[in-house]
Design a protein around this ligand. Structure first.
Ligand code: AMP
Length: 280
């Protein structure tokens, strides 16, 4: 497994790979790899001749009061997971390599970056879109894999690829959950035992919403109220948002009609968790 810490050798390897006619599958991450990331890597392994993983905790997508400095970092464990998943090349750049002095360009996917997570995390998706486009230009993938857990991010990247005519395909991968339903996230490491227990309310509330829809409730307001009440049953949870929206435009819906996305974000202590479900 190749390890690249600098941009030029990574790009040269990718260009040489493509010149040999080989297809590159790419999984961008912030590290602290878990089974969710492994699912993306295993899907990528099937889609490309070569599998590239990037690990970069991107300062541009963190707000001033967010967890950039405390975000979990474990290079040796991540490299072991990567090897196990059959990764051919890992790109591990430093911030200074990615954003040298004088860097001033940003990418913004305007409308999709307004709702859901954006009011709480201003500038977050600008940072995501900017780093992802830069990573795409370095790694030159034919396909890149993104998790449905971060639904808004997935839609923003799909839009970016379409709008800027990038010659590549974005492949969505379903959310990987713990046996008890908790969506796996690098940030779950922050949770105490009690907070983790409270975190189960997220997936539970999504399941209850689906049950309401199954019983023919179509009123978004009523479902949202039930989801909020379920989440707030535990005093440890502070709801950021509960939204029922169109899965492509992310515009709020009054009535649940196919397709509809139910997306939630909550704080449990200092940890912000998100989850979502496509209501069937
Ligand atoms: P992150 O390292 O958190 O930035 O995530 C890197 C990629 O892994 C993103 O495309 C995420 O959506 C995806 N991902 C994170 N957690 C999960 C999960 N539980 N299931 C599926 N994909 C995930």
């Amino acid at each position: 497994m190749k390890i690249f810490e600098s941009l030029q050798p990574m790009q040269a390897w990718s260009l040489a790979t493509k010149n040999r006619g080989e297809k590159i599958a790419f999984v961008p991450t912030m590290g602290a790899l878990h089974e969710g990331h492994a699912a993306l890597l295993s899907a990528g392994k099937k889609l490309g001749d070569k599998l590239v993983l990037s690990i970069f905790v991107n300062p541009l997508q963190f707000g001033l009061n967010e967890d950039f400095h405390s975000y979990p970092r474990d290079r040796e464990k991540d490299l072991a997971v990567a090897k196990n998943c059959g990764v051919d090349a890992v790109f591990l750049p430093t911030s200074i390599e990615m954003y040298p002095k004088g860097f001033q360009t940003a990418v913004e996917v305007e409308e999709l970056s307004k709702p859901l997570c954006s009011p709480c995390r201003p500038g977050h998706f600008r940072g995501v879109a900017t780093v992802v486009l830069k990573l795409f230009n370095i790694v030159q993938p034919d396909v890149a894999l993104f998790g449905e857990k971060d639904w808004q991010q997935l839609k923003i990247i799909q839009r970016l690829v379409h709008d800027l005519s990038l010659p590549m395909e974005i492949i969505p991968v379903p959310t990987v959950r713990e046996d008890d339903g908790l969506a796996i996230s690098s940030r779950n490491q922050y949770l105490t035992k009690e907070e983790r227990q409270a975190g189960l309310s997220l997936s539970l509330s999504l399941a209850k919403a689906q049950a309401m829809v199954d019983q023919r409730c179509k009123e978004a307001g009523a479902i949202i109220q039930m989801v909020k009440a379920t989440l707030e049953e535990t005093k440890k949870i502070k709801v950021d948002y509960v939204s029922i929206c169109h899965p492509e435009t992310l515009q709020e819906l009054q009535t649940v009609k196919k397709p509809a996305l139910l997306a939630i974000a909550c704080f449990i202590g200092k940890t912000r968790l998100i989850d979502n479900v496509l209501l069937k």
